[in-house]
Write a protein that binds this ligand. Sequence first.
Ligand SMILES: [Zn+2]
Ligand SMILES: [Zn+2]
Length: 273
Amino acid sequence: MNELEIIFLGTGAGLSTTRAHTAIALRCPDGTTLLLDGSSGNSALRNGEAVGIRARDYDHVLLSHDHQDHLSGLMFVQGNRSRETPDETPLSIYGSSLALEGLRKAAVAGKVPDIRDGAAYNHSGKQVMRWQEISPGRKLELGPQTVAWSFDVDHIPGSVGWRIESGGLTVVFSGDTMYSRGLVEASQGADLLIHEALYTDEAVEMAHGRLHATSGDAARSAEQSSAKKLIITHIDNFFHEDPTPLLEDAARHYPGPISTAYDLYRVSLEKRA
Ligand SMILES: [Zn+2]
Ligand SMILES: [Zn+2]
């Protein structure tokens, strides 16, 4: 039996004071471990360690966009990885050109000594991080049975979502976005759609005004793509204690199973051989 495990290391919206910022670990059936976004501060590291995932375990990082709540924590993941396991391969990161420019600036701000040609080097001249620009729809081979590709979404310029396929299972991550036709196309038949939502449909203007989705948008996307399951994340303080309004709003548009993520929430998808 193939199993793909999804571990939510951070599930808070950008201005959340109750949750860590966005980061999701995927343990794929072929042994590949991916990190979707890097949270901020040391949250991806701390919450990863809490579930037995170390910085050295990540084979690749897939970035959604250049907002600090999604990428600034990668500096600490990289720092911990190269200190704890000096012989480890450089942290491999994929993102749009604009997201990678944000990453490069974070590395400069983080006083990484040498940054050139899509890579960062430590004081000993060892390459500790390398990044590669993606183009939408181009398939990346990330493991023996794991592929992923990005698709453009509707948030700030350079924002993408990701479709990851491994061992016959498919997970789609929206990153930050409003309702996106591109996401619906890229999510067709997914076993799981992980979609952000800031408010319910009732506050659609506020959500879209901040370039975010409503829970109704997330659910309509799940319905239109025939996704088998929907998890809503990027949760603001308002719904931290009681996400019921998000769930009820979503259930009006999508008949499948829906849940809201929380920090350290773990989900397994299974496919019988
Ligand atoms: Zn965000
Ligand atoms: Zn954002």
